[in-house]
Ligand binder design. Sequence first.
Ligand code: AMP
Length: 605
Amino acid sequence: MNILVLNAGSSSVKAAVINPATGARGLEMSADRLLDAPRIEFSDGTVIEPESKGPERTIAVCLEALKDKLSGTDIDGVGHRVVHGGEDFDRATRIDEEVEARIESLSKLAPLHNPVNLRGIRAARALFPDVDHFAIFDTAFHQSLPRRAKTYALPKELMAEHGIRRYGFHGTSHQYVAAKAASFLGAEPRDLRIISCHLGNGCSVAAIEFGRSVETSMGMTPLEGLVMGTRSGDIDPGIIDYLHEQAGLSTSEIDELLNRKSGLAGLSGVGNDMRTILDKSMAGDADCQLAVQVFTHRLRKYIGGYAAIMGGVDAIVFTGGIGENSPVIRHRASQRLHYLGAVINEDKNSTAELSETVPVVDFSMQHSRVKLLAVRTDEQLAIARQCGKLIDKADAVNTMPSIPIAVSARHIHLRQETLDVLFGKGHELSVKKWLSQPGQFAAEETVTVVGPRNSIERVRVLGPVRSKDQLEISRTDEFFLGIDAPVRESGKVEDTPGCKLIGPAGEYDLEDGVICAWRHIHMTPEDAATFGVQDRDVVEVAVSNNERALTFGNVLIRVSPKYKLEMHIDTDEGNAAEIRRGDQGVLTMTGQEGTLRKRKVSLSS
Ligand code: AMP
């Protein structure tokens, strides 16, 4: 399979033909200075310098030249990088007229980017009409941001009316390097808490908790967060009015100032290239020294903040032109992170050389609990892979069984030791009702759960006893109790909050174990083979049995010969989808990154 990956910017177009399965690259094109003196370079050495005919026509001219070069090459799909997907797009999407219109309507959120991305899409669809085109959004990976992270403290009506919230960018890169880092560490992203630092001309950090982005430093626009090449990143919003009043700048001048004249360029006075700034700072240039200090200070602030948000971190990843190539910046960002468990190996850091064959370098000490990794990003390959997955999906057949859905009320699993304290030494749970999962039962016993704000009585104990205590509550319970419970899969209770439990024989202070259960599907290995999934894949399930049809994203697969096919959601989720007894869902997509396994897909029930 060959995917043509296109990135149409305001003054440049980049293109590459990539095989998503192997990563092999065919022809590449890079066209610059589209607005004044276009110059198109191909990887085979050809250079074309066409006349500039205005931005729209010039993009088409570049793509026509590309099409000529590609005659004789089979193209199976075209993947377009699109900067802003707004609320609408949480994944790569096949482009049709409606999708084009939605991208256009999002232009108000990204006036510098979406209109030019769309120009590329329209020109390419006209030139390559016989293949599917796909939009891959920079914002999509961050759609999983919890509300607390994506919400600004502004009047809520105003935010709702204008779509003001934190969206985050560089999602394709953050997702790609997190997957690379995980596979380097012999794990899956969903096993790790990763802080990913994309440091290029644009810079952002993402907190990726067990595979999902839960925080990121860019916000509604790519201006928020870290110090960047020419962008200021975070500033006191009061400065905007101050500049208007005191320096007489208009809003568009302030916008230009913050986006194009600030950041490293503004601080250093020598431009936005980190290499020059580092060279000059070594030679004693005080402005460049301060630029480097402000850049890394801000980055360290985010790293510490994101570790706090995730309750710890397993790997810190550096990528982008600066993150991949600058030992000095990695050193400044990673030193004195011992308190987090991250200890830099200075030798490995200074000799790290990333390349196609060495895409990941670990520059932490062997005893460092948190791994420090430099990872080569490849957004084009990530885009090609996402297109490949969608093409595979369209080829698939519709024969999958539907999945019964069960709503789990709040409940608790207890260890024998805890049971002893709460119900008396040697207490044995008595079965009230057998549950659908073989061997599992709701016990007669209940406990009172006491949180900082309130308590909930008669929380059902589920049997049999387990090796870890675990209280599973809904978001509504969480607020009521006053406990900030993370979404976790069953059994993963490290660094989770605790609470007090009261039973008839005594009280027990649970140190940790309070979670919001990650919605999941239990299935047997035979079911998994039928669905084309594996244990701990993350999938989507559509429930369309009533007018509140809903797709549940981020559903975890749990496979064991002991299980019976059933999806478990909590009461809040059940209420949102108006799930009734006997309702069923259908698996619509597997979210597995980087694989192109063929799978069967059912699009409706
Ligand atoms: P990107 O946007 O990912 O292409 O990254 C561009 C940035 O990476 C520019 O600021 C470059 O100066 C910076 N960069 C590339 N190579 C190095 C290097 N060896 N040391 C420091 N910065 C570098």
